[in-house]
Write a protein that binds this ligand. Sequence first.
Ligand SMILES: Nc1nc2c(ncn2[C@@H]2O[C@H](COP(=O)(O)OP(=O)(O)OP(=O)(O)O)[C@@H](O)[C@H]2O)c(=O)[nH]1
Ligand SMILES: [Mg+2]
Length: 283
Amino acid sequence: MTIQWFPGHMTKALRMMEENVKIVDAIGYVLDARAPASCFNPSFNKIVGNKPCVFILNKCDLADAAKIEEWCKYFRLNNLHFIKVTATASSEAAKISSAFAEITSDLRERYKSKGVFKPVRCLIIGVPNCGKSTLINCLSGRKTVITGDKPGVTKGKQWVRLQSGLELLDTPGTLWPKFENEQIASRLCFIGSIKDDVVDLYEVSNLLLSELSNQYPQYLTQRYKISLENKDVAEIFENIAVKRGFLLRGGEIDYERCAKAILDDFRKGKLGKITLDLPKDII
Ligand SMILES: Nc1nc2c(ncn2[C@@H]2O[C@H](COP(=O)(O)OP(=O)(O)OP(=O)(O)O)[C@@H](O)[C@H]2O)c(=O)[nH]1
Ligand SMILES: [Mg+2]
């Protein structure tokens, strides 16, 4: 499966981030907790540079707690700041805000000792749809920036000033021009970081079924009430279609509807709490 989705607004967004990183004090790097390794964007390395950075494992309500623990170990072992959050929950605001306070504490101390009153600025980056804007709304306590359950919702830059004095820069989710690794590309599709219109949804749903039958077979059998024994992915797909009644007139399988339903079930957490990536998947 070859996937390429690098629309013009992403090139512009990367350029904007490269320019604005000069005036920010720290970075919030948002990762989808269902596929954190796939969310590491090589184009961000230069942007992060040596700035204080906190990795934000978001959508933890949809992720596998045991695997998230592996990620926490990885971040601790590498002396990287991180937090695990569910940005849709307003109760997470305090945790997120103290993470930003922690990574900027030296700077705030310096300002204080010099009697300087300057806002602390943070750049929020991440692949499309990982929850950057939701995180900003969580911190601001209201719907300050637009969010949506599809990639490419945020189109330009937007500064948000919080009561605490922290200023956050929301950015459009960006990918990179070419995916050399099929596993990463497909996992980005599963989590909704790549637009559905540019991929073959039947193929993507089959790749998801293949991953799930290896990593979480019990979730497939529970949700769809099917047996996976001695079945290849195409047969599993057809079984699901029949069980769920995704059939056209004449009894033929409605491939498109079934593919969409499988992906939707995964994205909405209806299959169970799933994390596909482990730290070893970082390239
Ligand atoms: N279940 C769950 N959904 C979340 C969480 N955070 C964000 N979402 C949902 O994920 C979708 C994408 O959120 P956005 O905040 O728009 O994502 P974004 O990273 O700003 O996306 P772009 O602007 O397109 O790059 C929305 O439907 C949010 O409601 C979370 O912690 N848990
Ligand atoms: Mg956004």
